[in-house]
Ligand binder design. Structure first.
Ligand SMILES: [Zn+2]
Ligand SMILES: [Zn+2]
Length: 285
C-alpha cells in the first residue's frame, strides 16, 4: 500500500510527537535499567552511561533507522519526509540526538578535576543549545515546520501519512484510560473497606486450620503476661508498641492496633499464634 503523503501537519501534533518521544524513551529506559539494577546492582551503576547509550541506540534503530519515523510520529501517523532523510542526515541525526547525552553522563560520572575545561565546554554547549532551541521554537510557532533544533539543522520536515488534515484523537486509548481511571478509583475506595484479616480468619475456619491451632493453644494454659523488652515489637504493625496491650497470649500489641482490630472483628485472633480471646479481655501491660 502506498502511503498518501501530506505536507501539512498541525503544530500541536508536532509538539505532541516530541512529548511522546520523550515519554516513550523514558518508559523503556527506566524499565530496562530498573530490572538490570535489580539483577546486577553493582555492574549496572558502573556502566550506566553505556547501558543508556545501548537502550537509546536500540530505540533509535527500531524507530528512525527502520521506519524513518520516531515512535511518537508513528503513533500520530506522521513521519520524516523520506526524500530528505538521506543516509548522511540519518547519521547526523543519530550523532546529534543520542551522543550528547552519553557525553554528558560520562562527564558527570567519570571525569575528574583535570577535565574542567571539558566541563566548561559542555556547559557552554548546553547553554547555546538551550538558547537556540528557544529561538527555534518561536520560528516553529511562526512557520509550523521543523519543531526541534536538530530537525531545523538537518532540514527535516514532518509529513502526515494520512490524507486528512484534521487532528486525529485516539478515542480507543482515551476510553481505555477513562475506564482504567474509574476502575482505580473504585479500587481505592473499596480496598480500605475490606477487612482482609477477618476474611483470612474466616477462610482458616473454613479450611479447618483451627484443629492445628487448637493444639498450639492448649500449650498456653491460663493467662501469660508477656514482658515488654527494648526489642519487643507490636505483633500487628511491627513497630515499637504504643501503649502496650496483650490479649492473653505472649504477643504484645499497640493499644490502637488491638482495639481497632477487635472493633472491626470481635473474633479477632492473634496474628502470630491465632489465639482468640473475647473482645473485652485485652489488657494493658
Ligand atoms: Zn502496633
Ligand atoms: Zn499471640
Amino acid at each position: 500500500m502506498v502511503a498518501i503523503k501530506n505536507q501539512y501537519v498541525p503544530r500541536v501534533n508536532q509538539i505532541d510527537v516530541i512529548a511522546l518521544n520523550t515519554d516513550i524513551t523514558r518508559l523503556i529506559r527506566e524499565n530496562i535499567l530498573e530490572n538490570l539494577q535489580a539483577v546486577f546492582p553493582n555492574l549496572s551503576s558502573k556502566i550506566q552511561p553505556e547501558l543508556d547509550l545501548i537502550v537509546q541506540t536500540a530505540i533509535w534503530i527500531g524507530s528512525i533507522g527502520k521506519c524513518s519515523s520516531t515512535f511518537g510520529q508513528q503513533l500520530l501517523v506522521l513521519s520524516y519526509d523520506p526524500e530528505r532523510l538521506t543516509l548522511s542526515k540519518l547519521a547526523l541525526h543519530f550523532c546529534l540526538t543520542i551522543l550528547p547525552s552519553y557525553i554528558k553522563s560520562i562527564e558527570e560520572r567519570r571525569l575528574g578535576a583535570n577535565f574542567n575545561w571539558l566541563r566548561n565546554v559542555i556547559e557552554w554547549g548546553e547553554s547555546t543549545v538551550l538558547t537556540l532551541s528557544i529561538f527555534n521554537f518561536f520560528r516553529f510557532l511562526k512557520t509550523g515546520r521543523k519543531p526541534t533544533l536538530v530537525d531545523f539543522l538537518l532540514g527535516l520536515d514532518y509529513i502526515s501519512l494520512r490524507h486528512n488534515q484534521r487532528r486525529e484523537i485516539g478515542y480507543k486509548y482515551l476510553t481505555r484510560e477513562l475506564l482504567w481511571g474509574g476502575f482505580m478509583e473504585i479500587l481505592g475506595l473499596l480496598l480500605p473497606l475490606i477487612n482482609f484479616r477477618k476474611l483470612q480468619r474466616q477462610m482458616n475456619v473454613l479450611f479447618k486450620r483451627r484443629q492445628k491451632t487448637d493444639s498450639i493453644r492448649s500449650n498456653f494454659v491460663g493467662d501469660i503476661k508477656p514482658k515488654v523488652l527494648p526489642t519487643t515489637t507490636c505483633a500487628y504493625c511491627d513497630e515499637r508498641p504504643t501503649l502496650p496491650h496483650y490479649m492473653g497470649c505472649q504477643h504484645v500489641y499497640c493499644y490502637y492496633c488491638l482495639a481497632a482490630n477487635i472493633c472491626t472483628d470481635s473474633k479477632f485472633c492473634c496474628v502470630k499464634c491465632d489465639k482468640n480471646e473475647s473482645c473485652d479481655r485485652f489488657r494493658m501491660l
